[in-house]
Write a protein that binds this ligand. Structure first.
Ligand code: T46
Length: 145
């Protein structure tokens, strides 16, 4: 995994009624959840994201189907395929992300540590690269690894 990303794993309770996965803020998700949103019915070939956040932490859970997530810093990149409702991709601050290949009616549920604010987004890759180089080299203690 690249810096400021990690996988989270959730328990699942399976009984004759079906399956249940509990997700708890400050428990198996390592932050206070202030916002939830979900992305679905993404058309074939569509790619979303193309931004980083300055402070936000998020947990991305594919609760149906599958989706690929490209995560990237100026120093490294990785592709994570989410296809298991018992797993989440945690993304901390200053990681570029792109979501694509939503397959089999992929539904991406996202838990976020802050309310929505456009000020937290960096949507231009060159600006991101400049800020991220400073963030990771100079403010290393702000990383969560
Ligand atoms: C992220 C990835 C994984 C809101 O009004 N409130 C919200 O909480 C969110 C997330 C979005 N919006 C509005 C802003 C835009 O007008 O919804 C529209 C689509 O948002 P955006 O183009 O940012 O969506 P994605 O799929 O590119 O990115 C989203 C999140 O914005 C982002 O934080 O990390 O999913």
């Amino acid at each position: 995994m690249i810096r400021n990303t990690k996988m989270l794993y959730f328990p699942m309770y399976n009984d004759k009624y079906g399956k249940l996965v509990p997700v708890e803020a400050n428990g198996n998700v390592p932050f206070d959840v202030k916002r939830v949103y979900y992305i679905y019915e993404v058309m074939d070939g569509m790619r979303r994201g193309f931004h980083s956040h300055r402070d936000l932490q998020q947990a991305l859970i594919c609760i149906h189907g599958s989706v690929k997530i490209l995560v990237k810093t100026p120093f490294e990149e990785d592709v994570v395929c989410l296809n298991n409702p018992q797993e989440a991709l945690w993304i901390g601050p200053m990681v570029w992300r792109e979501m694509y290949d939503f397959e089999n009616d992929g539904v991406l549920l996202v838990l976020a540590s802050e309310h929505y604010t456009e000020d937290d987004y960096i949507r231009d890759y060159q600006s991101y690269e400049q800020e991220a180089k400073v963030f990771f080299n100079v403010k290393e203690k702000r990383t969560y690894k």
